[in-house]
Design a protein around this ligand. Structure first.
Ligand SMILES: C[S@@+](CC[C@H](N)C(=O)[O-])C[C@H]1O[C@@H](n2cnc3c(N)ncnc32)[C@H](O)[C@@H]1O
Length: 369
């Protein structure tokens, strides 16, 4: 077996597609925003971290996450216009052979002067916490940061480190959580310290008497709840990756901004155009769908009915209900949920004179029949 590279799996391709789609949106949004912001310390800077970077390529040459993160910028239509923004890439990798392999891959790239790449050998939990401690010690703030935290297992992803990082403004993180492993290790002796660190406390113990899906749901909800309470996190969104060998892994995203949440949900919908919440290696090849399928907005309709019952509500209120669901209000709420509900007669809508049926302005009031 190659000690440096390994064969890519289908669920990894799906994970990479979520990462890439998100960065395709993040780069211009954050780039232009940072140009507009007041910069007392020189040119605007953005930081992209890959905490468990790997060797840069897989066994058959497919790009790994560091190359995907770089290519999202290097092949972006806005690259030239963002020439005065400094993009800092920090790749942390523990295995020295993978560090060397990654450096070799990076050396092959043509990189403009405003893109700075640093490969840091060592453990994420050490290197990243040193960086954060240094910035905090200087009384400074981290530049807007996106961190991808993708360990093989879960032992190194401590919630307290995450919390101190997500306390900086405009920082966000995408985690890979091997839920099946967490599920298995709950209740096994010797895992207590690791699980305490992952869940920032010992509430995971409540999962011990549970089994099967109940245990999994409990642990997932707990992870999301604890993550939501870290730093300045306001929104959390998850995506399920079912592997060929039947394991259930999750991508979990934490952000402070609604815009980031919507962009990440859009990235997830690109991988799962029907429900926006999961990828199954058994049903998909990890490639882009060749034909488009309509999203199933039934769960959103059900959520709206549950939230409002038969009382009158507005689009603003419906948008609030949509936010914690996998649906994106701009894409799914009006045209794909409210309008069809009105058409089939389950939604009564009051509009001002002259407003067309099927349109949902801010002053529209509606209720379920
Ligand atoms: C799942 S792989 C990363 C794959 C990569 N993110 C990608 O998508 O192409 C995890 C990597 O983390 C490295 N690693 C393991 N423990 C680590 C730690 N504590 N800190 C940093 N890197 C670590 C492993 O050597 C391995 O290369």
């Amino acid at each position: 077996m190659d000690p440096v590279r390994w064969k890519i799996e289908d669920h990894t391709r799906a994970k990479h597609r979520v990462l890439r789609s998100y960065l395709d949106a993040w780069i211009p949004i954050m780039g232009y925003q940072s140009k507009k912001a007041y910069q007392p310390d020189g040119p605007p800077r953005l930081l992209l971290v890959d905490g468990f970077a790997g060797p840069g390529t897989y066994l058959d040459g497919e790009p790994g996450s560091p190359l995907i993160m770089l290519d999202a910028l290097l092949s972006h239509a806005s690259l030239e216009k963002l020439g005065d923004v400094i993009f800092l890439y920090l790749f942390i990798e523990q295995d020295p052979r993978r560090v060397a392999a990654l450096k070799e891959e990076i050396a092959k790239l043509e990189v403009p002067a405003n893109v700075k790449i640093h490969v840091e050998p060592g453990r994420f939990e050490d290197r990243f916490s040193e960086l954060i401690a240094k910035i905090k010690g200087n009384g400074k703030s981290l530049v807007p940061t996106f961190a991808f935290i993708d360990p093989f297992g879960y032992s190194s992803a401590s919630m307290s480190l995450t919390g101190s990082f997500l306390d900086f403004p405009r920082s966000e993180a995408l985690f890979f959580l091997p839920l099946s492993f967490v599920h298995r290790f709950v209740g096994r002796a010797g895992q207590e310290a690791t699980l305490n660190s992952l869940f920032d406390g010992d509430r995971w113990r409540e999962a011990i008497p549970l089994s099967g899906d109940d245990r999994k749901s409990f642990l997932m909800e707990l992870f999301e709840e604890v993550l939501s309470s870290q730093g300045q996190v306001k929104h959390v969104a998850s995506f399920r990756l079912n592997t060929n060998d039947g394991n259930d892994y999750r991508l979990v995203f934490a952000t402070q901004h609604e815009k980031g949440l919507d962009q990440m949900k859009r990235a997830m919908w690109k991988v799962d155009p029907i429900s926006g919440i999961s990828y199954s290696a058994k049903m998909n090849s990890g490639q882009e769908m060749l034909f488009s399928l309509d999203p199933d907005t039934g769960p959103l309709l059900a959520e709206l009915k549950r939230a409002f019952g038969s009382r009158w509500f507005t689009v603003t209120e419906a948008t609030e209900v949509t936010r914690p669901t996998p649906f994106v209000s701009d894409s799914h709420l009006k045209r794909l949920t409210l309008a069809p509900a009105e058409k089939v007669g389950v939604l009564e809508v009051k509009r001002k004179d002259g407003q067309r049926a099927g349109t949902f302005g801010d002053d529209v009031r509606m209720r379920f029949l």
